[in-house]
Design a protein around this ligand. Structure first.
Ligand code: NAD
Length: 358
């Protein structure tokens, strides 16, 4: 049976990189004799220009009708002066909300070919870095009520509420364990349960969910220690399961230490399909339309789409292997090193697609 992927190229380099991601998806499907059907819709500034709305109803409908959504990036100086509700970013926040995407998955993978870009000590980098942060996206101190700034005893005072219900913890924990089942079967749950009641409930519920996944090894770590361990020895981690606040910080830390923005994919998932897959970088208006963008974060997002969105793990691995192979000889400008051949966005896409097929 064929699967449908809705493409949302967006703005800036979005159209260039999504075209390369599509090539990789088509090559992987062709190689294994499976059929993928593509639809396409407008989002962000491109959607605003065409319809006056960064997230038109037709786009939401096209996403809902698909098995997975594949996004480039949105935004650019052209739309910076628009009122908040018309801005391109509203398109992304809106589609996450419409699709109920409560889990953000961000792998941080250091390919041996790019060890030179890694910010860690060479002996630490050598041990490898292949982890994924599973971060809750819709709760925690970012959304908890009450919140505000008010005068208390004559002093202006700001406050927020860290809040997680048992059900919210349970559903993100399940995503964490399901993710681990497709990897090395280790979950490290991050909390601050020595200080926070929310974290004590978090730890209790995560431990309870773990009983349904006897094959997965569960450990717990305080967030301050996790931040340190990520720099000291990231090779110890497989899945890092976190709430919204701790995940925000740790996922950026994990991404930063790999050293290359143009290489990092992500997924946002809900309880039901479709999930949404996108590179973590933005629309890079400074290089848009110049065939200079690195398409590999998008191509690796395509691999995530196949593995997590369409349950096609072999095809996903095929894309990842092709990316590693391409990096041995070819580089886009952002990750260029001596001795490699400099290529543009489209050529890199063609090289990866060729390796997938061959
Ligand atoms: P950015 O990630 O677009 O760019 C930061 C720097 O990294 C730029 O110098 C850019 O050229 C470079 N870069 C990014 N991706 C690259 C790639 N694939 N290959 C080579 N170089 C790459 O971040 P920014 O400049 O802060 O934001 C630009 C626009 O993107 C803004 O409008 C912002 O709101 C938007 N944005 C969108 C998303 C998204 O769509 N999810 C995420 C972040 C930023």
């Amino acid at each position: 049976m064929s699967k449908t992927i809705c493409l949302l190229p967006g703005d800036g380099i979005g159209t260039e990189i999504v075209a390369q991601g599509r090539k990789a998806l088509e090559a992987a499907a062709k190689r294994s004799g499976k059929e993928l059907v593509f639809t396409e819709a407008l989002i962000g500034g491109a959607a605003y220009d065409a319809t006056g709305n960064p997230l038109p109803a037709q786009t939401v409908a096209a996403c809902r009708a698909a098995d997975a959504v594949f996004l480039g990036a949105v935004g650019g100086p052209k739309w910076d002066s628009l009122p908040p509700e018309k801005r391109p970013e509203k398109g992304i926040l809106g589609i996450r909300k419409e699709l109920g995407l409560f889990a953000n998955l961000r792998p941080a993978l250091l390919l041996p070919e790019l060890a030179g870009a890694c910010l860690l000590k060479p002996e630490t980098a050598q041990k490898g870095l292949d982890l994924i942060v599973v971060r809750e996206l819709t709760g925690d101190i970012y959304f908890g009520q009450p919140r505000g700034i008010e005068e208390r005893n004559g002093v202006r005072t700001g406050y927020n509420t860290m809040l997680y219900s048992e059900e919210e913890i349970r559903r993100i924990a399940r995503v964490g364990f399901e993710t681990a089942m497709k990897r090395k079967k280790c979950v490290c749950s991050i909390d601050k349960s020595n200080v926070l009641e929310t974290s004590r409930l978090w730890r209790e519920i995560v431990s309870d969910v773990a009983k349904s996944y006897p094959e997965v090894e569960l450990s717990h770590m305080y967030v301050d220690n996790a931040a340190m361990q990520l720099v000291r020895d990231p090779s110890q981690f497989d899945v890092l399961l976190t709430g919204n606040l701790f995940g925000d910080i740790l996922s950026d830390e994990a991404a930063a230490i790999t050293g290359s923005l143009g290489m990092l994919p992500s997924a946002s998932m809900g309880s039901t399909a479709p999930a949404l897959f996108e590179p973590i970088h933005g629309s890079a208006p400074d290089i848009a339309g110049q065939d200079k963008a690195n398409p590999l974060a998008t191509i690796l997002s395509a691999a995530m789409l196949l593995r997590l969105g369409l349950d096609m793990p072999e095809e996903a691995a095929c894309i990842e292997q092709a990316v590693s192979r391409a990096l041995k000889d070819y580089r886009t400008a952002d990750i260029m090193e001596e001795g490699k051949t400099l290529v543009g966005c489209e050529r890199m896409g063609d090289i990866v697609a060729g390796y997938i097929l061959g």
